[in-house]
Design a protein around this ligand. Structure first.
Ligand SMILES: *Cc1c(COP(=O)(O)O)cnc(C)c1O
Length: 376
């Protein structure tokens, strides 16, 4: 498809207009039912969603929580990981995974990812294990599964817990098995932009252990199962009843929406594959990538980002500063150069627009402008 010089499109990085249009009437109905239910905290809608999500994720139990960060943090608490303990986490993850480790008082041990997949490099894990190591937290970044069979083997060999961060990969699979179904307790987020997104904050954990699920249900509700009887020191991290109703409804369409994401990603890959100065996302042939983000890598990242911006196209960098170089973690004493792969990724990645309802012409326009930038 050809575009004349004077064609200009405004394409945001992410947009809710189209998805909201499609489901607005249903959302209004859900809200009305919610109001009429007169049950606003931890009611039937939360337990219904928990049942549906556990089924979807091929797990016995799901416990709804207030956010994905709470899921990660409380998973570590339920596993009794705390001070003096070490937890292995990818050096290029979103800060939340690292914060969860800090919140229980444990120490994050950064493991470099594979440059081509952005996911934890299993070959680098064993060297980082000490007698203080208690858990590995694989993060399925951008919609693609980590190499879970190798990671689980290592965890078994050293008797470590595994807590998956599945915030970006609901529905992704590893040789047919879903992300969020490997670890002892796994956390996910339903932040509005995630593949399964609420209209506010929401999160959950999944587990096959009744003990862990029961304990999590207590902790999220002040440490109590029975009102005013507090067995442990809990928190308030309940999944909101209205968000639960919205999520149950949206879960039914997740597969179709994932297909839309895959189609957009396929179009990008087809149209950009001849540009030698760009690295496209690489999906392992045995894995299903749900394309939470379409992330490319180029040495000319900053110039390309500006050029796209001038042509009306929004992009985002996920993430511009790796955790070890964040101000918040200067106490760990790391400096530039300590995790070169994470730093290289932060300096060269760019996430292209990708959202439900993005039109074919819009994807092609983005590709056209990128080709123009690289003179191909
Ligand atoms: C979004 C996200 C989280 C945190 O989820 P919240 O619901 O915002 O707390 C954690 N980890 C990753 C990888 C995420 O993308």
């Amino acid at each position: 498809m050809k575009f004349g010089n004077n064609i200009f499109m405004k394409i945001p990085f992410v947009a809710f207009d189209e998805i909201n249009n499609r489901i607005k009437n249903d959302l209004v109905q859900i809200f009305e039912d919610f109001v009429d239910s007169k049950y606003y905290v931890l009611g039937n809608k939360v337990s219904e969603f928990e049942n549906e999500y556990a089924l979807f994720n091929q797990m016995e139990y799901c416990v709804g929580l207030a956010s994905g960060l709470d899921g990660l943090f409380l998973a570590l608490r339920v596993l009794e990981i705390g001070e003096e303990d070490e937890v292995i986490v990818p050096s290029n993850t979103y800060i939340a995974t690292v914060l969860a480790i800090s919140m229980v008082g444990a120490k994050p041990i950064f493991c470099e990812p594979i440059l081509q997949t952005y996911n934890l490099d299993p070959k680098k894990i064993e060297n980082l294990i000490s007698n203080k190591t208690k858990a590995i937290m694989p993060v399925h970044l951008y919609g693609q599964c980590c190499e879970m069979d190798t990671i689980m083997e290592i965890a078994q060999k050293y008797n470590l817990f595994v807590v998956e961060d599945n915030a970006q990969s609901q529905g992704a699979t590893h040789k047919g098995k879903m992300t969020g179904s490997f670890g002892h307790i796994n956390a996910t987020s339903f932040y509005p932009t995630k593949n399964l997104g609420a209209l506010g904050d929401a999160g959950a954990i999944t587990t096959n252990s009744k003990d862990y699920a029961d304990k999590m249900k207590k902790i999220r509700n002040y440490g109590s199962n029975k009102r005013y009887f507090n067995e442990i020191k809990g928190v308030n991290s309940r999944l909101d009843e209205l968000q639960a109703a919205i999520l149950t409804y949206k879960l039914k369409t997740l597969e179709a929406y994932t297909f839309e994401r895959e189609e957009i990603a396929r179009m990008y890959s087809e149209n950009l594959e001849n540009i030698t100065e760009i690295n496209l996302p690489k999906t392992h042939p045995d894995f299903k990538n749900v394309f939470h983000l379409y992330v490319i890598r180029t040495q000319k990242r900053d110039l390309l980002k500006d050029y796209l911006e001038k042509n009306g196209i929004g992009t985002v960098i996920h993430y511009p500063i790796p955790p070890h170089l964040q101000e918040a973690y200067k106490n760990l004493g790391y400096k530039k150069g300590d995790f070169p792969i994470a730093e290289e990724i932060a300096d060269t990645i760019l996430s292209l627009p990708l959202y439900i309802g993005m039109k074919k012409e819009e994807v092609l326009y983005v590709c056209q402008i990128i080709k123009q930038f690289f003179n191909v």
